[in-house]
Design a binder for this molecule. Structure first.
Ligand SMILES: CC(C)(COP(=O)(O)OP(=O)(O)OC[C@H]1O[C@@H](n2cnc3c(N)ncnc32)[C@H](O)[C@@H]1OP(=O)(O)O)[C@@H](O)C(=O)NCCC(=O)NCCS
Length: 142
């Protein structure tokens, strides 16, 4: 969709994964932990521009009822050019492709405050809300 000559593929190297994470100033991952995270993901799609990997989205889940966007990131210098939206659209298509006729499933994610409207543009709603009184909760183990 964009003038960047972006290509997408269902693969991501460990080095590219760790590099793009680092560019977001996210917590450092040990190489072997990054490798295991990628190996056990249910779906990964990355974006390349001029042979350089510049973004990815990574999903975990049970492939039937519950899908979770674990990470999405685009290198800062490539943001706001439609790459993130395209990655998300492809992730949503993947989830749809997993579902049989009358199956229903959820795609969950945890949004940083500044990315909320990015997800809302794609149809995501915050919860709890008036239709869902359950709270998203988390336990951090370290
Ligand atoms: C969030 C992120 C993945 C979006 O990717 P992107 O390639 O910059 O987004 P796009 O260019 O595809 O933007 C799609 C739309 O979302 C909007 N948008 C993009 N980033 C946004 C942000 N941080 N906040 C609000 N809106 C945003 C764009 O304006 C655009 O709107 P439009 O469709 O009306 O034109 C990217 O900014 C990023 O990597 N951020 C740092 C890491 C991060 O925060 N990841 C998500 C953690 S919850």
């Amino acid at each position: 969709m964009n003038s960047l000559n972006a290509t997408y593929e269902t693969a991501l190297s460990i080095d590219d994964y760790l590099f793009i994470r680092k560019a977001q100033a996210w917590d450092d991952l040990e190489y072997s932990q990054g490798a295991m995270a990628l190996k056990n993901s249910i779906f990964i799609i990355s974006c390349k521009v001029d042979f350089k990997t510049i973004g990815f989205v990574r999903l975990i889940g049970d492939m039937a009822t519950s899908f979770y966007i674990q990470e999405i990131a685009v290198l800062p210098e490539y943001q706001n050019q439609g790459i993130g939206k395209e990655l998300m659209k492809r992730a949503i298509l993947f989830v749809k492709s997993c579902l049989k006729n009358d199956w229903k499933a959820t795609i969950r994610l945890k949004s940083m405050p500044k990315a909320k409207s990015f997800y809302e543009n794609l149809g995501f709603v915050s919860f709890p809300n008036k239709d869902d009184k359950n709270s998203l909760m988390m336990l951090v183990i370290n």
